[in-house]
Ligand binder design. Structure first.
Ligand SMILES: [Zn+2]
Ligand SMILES: [Zn+2]
Length: 460
């Protein structure tokens, strides 16, 4: 009780409440950060636009444009179509859009929806595909599962990823309704839908049902490994204290060369069937190998890409290290051909090439006509290939000699003819009479001209 008889009751605290800053755009939660199936930034932009009930074009042109550098403002970004894949990549476009979107959504982890963490490790070439690829089975599954959001995983954008390991099917790259390729980000992009005809891209009867959609067992072994190792990289990105630096690639090569072949770069290169100078350049840090090359190397060494780059201790698996296991599943066309390589038949064909009396061909042409890469033929039949090549070289030498003899004779006759007509037998005058005017490029033919002039007393 106060002295004047008044009581202080419980009262409202009227101090101004500090409200945390609000984001300009919805703070839409990105999907799967820290997991192999993390969302892509292009997919996030599409979902963000959808959340605001606008098209990505409207979102970008009305909200992001003032923050985006001039070079790819609004419509320009969409005109570039295939280049919109760079939004998920390692360059300026990815960096700029991450910065803009982080400031507008107040999310601070959007760079993990791109490959920016790996910007110093992987060269841009052959890293990400320029078109969208998707698994219609995944879409369909997410669509019919309660509380599942339809989105675009970043892993689908890797050029090396061509299949879905959950469904053992190749990813689709063409809309089954309008048959168009779909760019990573378009004016009307929406996860799970075609931006052109706006149809649903989940599994429908419209997809071709040929065997081509079904990945073979070998391809699945390779794809499962690629997806696992790339998924590990994506999942690790947020856990790294800072992005990895370029030097670790060279250090990794030095470590592996030391461990696998006692520091002998040639032996290591031979084991991987890679030119020695390439391995040397990587070891020296002069160039960075493309992602698909690192994948093949790591597959051969049976080590994940992450362990290859970051583990100080090299695990030598003697069962696997001497040769490339499962080489038929590597994604180069050359290796695919080797699977079906019919040794006996090819040898027979090469012997025929060597024995035939027809005009000899260079090994490049022979390889092309047989449908195999030249280096594959050389590897299996080095002697036959060298003999074919030598036959061609001899033929070319003989042809040259014959051609020059013919030209010299032609020049001799032309000199006499021109002289009898009272014209000086200059190179130009003679050239006009020759079947092949380019003859004078050969010094033997020029010498023949001088001799012919001498014979008629025109030269000392
Ligand atoms: Zn799938
Ligand atoms: Zn379509």
């Amino acid at each position: 009780m106060l002295a004047n008889g008044l009581t202080t009751y419980e009262y409202w605290d009227l101090k101004k409440v500090s409200i945390p800053s609000r984001s300009r755009l919805y703070q839409l939660e990105p999907i799967g950060i820290g997991t192999p199936l993390v969302e892509s930034l292009t997919g996030y932009i599409s979902r963000l636009a959808e959340a605001h009930c606008v098209t990505p074009k409207a979102l970008i042109s009305k909200e992001l444009v003032s923050f985006i550098p001039k070079t790819y403002k609004t419509t320009n970004l969409f005109e570039m179509r295939s280049l919109t894949g760079a939004v998920n990549g390692i360059g300026t476009m990815a960096f700029d859009l991450v910065t803009v979107l982080e400031s507008l959504t107040l999310h601070s982890d959007l760079r993990f929806l791109t490959l920016l963490t790996w910007a110093d490790i992987f060269p841009q070439r052959k890293l990400l595909r320029s078109k969208r690829a998707w698994c219609p089975y995944c879409y369909e599954e997410w669509y019919s599962t309660k509380n599942k959001v339809i989105y675009e995983p970043l892993i689908w954008f890797f050029e090396a990823v061509t299949a879905c390991h959950c469904h053992n099917k190749f990813l689709c790259q063409q809309c089954p309704y309008c048959q168009r390729d779909v760019p990573p980000l378009a004016s009307y992009s929406r996860p799970g839908y075609c931006p052109y005809c706006l149809e649903w891209l989940g599994m429908t009867v419209n997809y071709p049902t040929t065997d081509k959609t079904q990945a073979s067992k070998e391809e699945m072994i390779w794809q499962t490994w690629v997806i696992k190792t790339l998924g590990e990289l994506l999942a690790t990105s947020p856990r790294l204290s800072q992005p990895l630096s370029r030097e670790i690639v060279a250090q990794a090569f030095c470590r592996y060369v030391q461990q696998f072949s006692e520091g002998n770069t040639s032996a290591f290169a031979r084991m991987l069937k890679i030119p020695k100078n390439k391995v040397w350049m990587w070891q020296m840090g002069k160039v960075l190998p493309e992602l698909n090359v690192i994948l093949k190397i790591c597959f051969t060494l049976q080590v994940s890409v992450l362990d290859f780059l970051t583990q100080e201790t090299v695990k030598v698996n003697s069962q696997h290290c001497p040769s490339i296991p499962q080489k038929q599943v590597l994604d180069s066309s050359a290796n695919k051909l080797e699977v079906k390589f019919d040794l006996r038949r090819t040898q027979h064909l090469l012997e025929n090439v060597l024995q035939t009396n027809e005009q000899p061909l260079p090994m490049t042409a022979v390889a092309k006509s047989l449908g195999y890469p030249k280096r594959v033929l050389y590897r299996h039949f080095p002697e036959l290939c060298r003999a074919i090549s030598a036959k061609y070289v001899n033929y070319m030498k003989e042809s040259r000699i014959k051609r020059i003899e013919y030209c010299c004779e032609e020049v001799k006759q032309a000199v006499r003819q021109v002289h009898t007509e009272g014209i000086y037998p200059s190179e130009a005058a003679i050239s006009r009479l020759l079947a092949k005017p380019g003859c004078f490029r050969d010094r033997e033919v020029r010498a023949a001209l001088r001799t012919a002039r001498k014979e008629i007393g025109l030269e000392p």
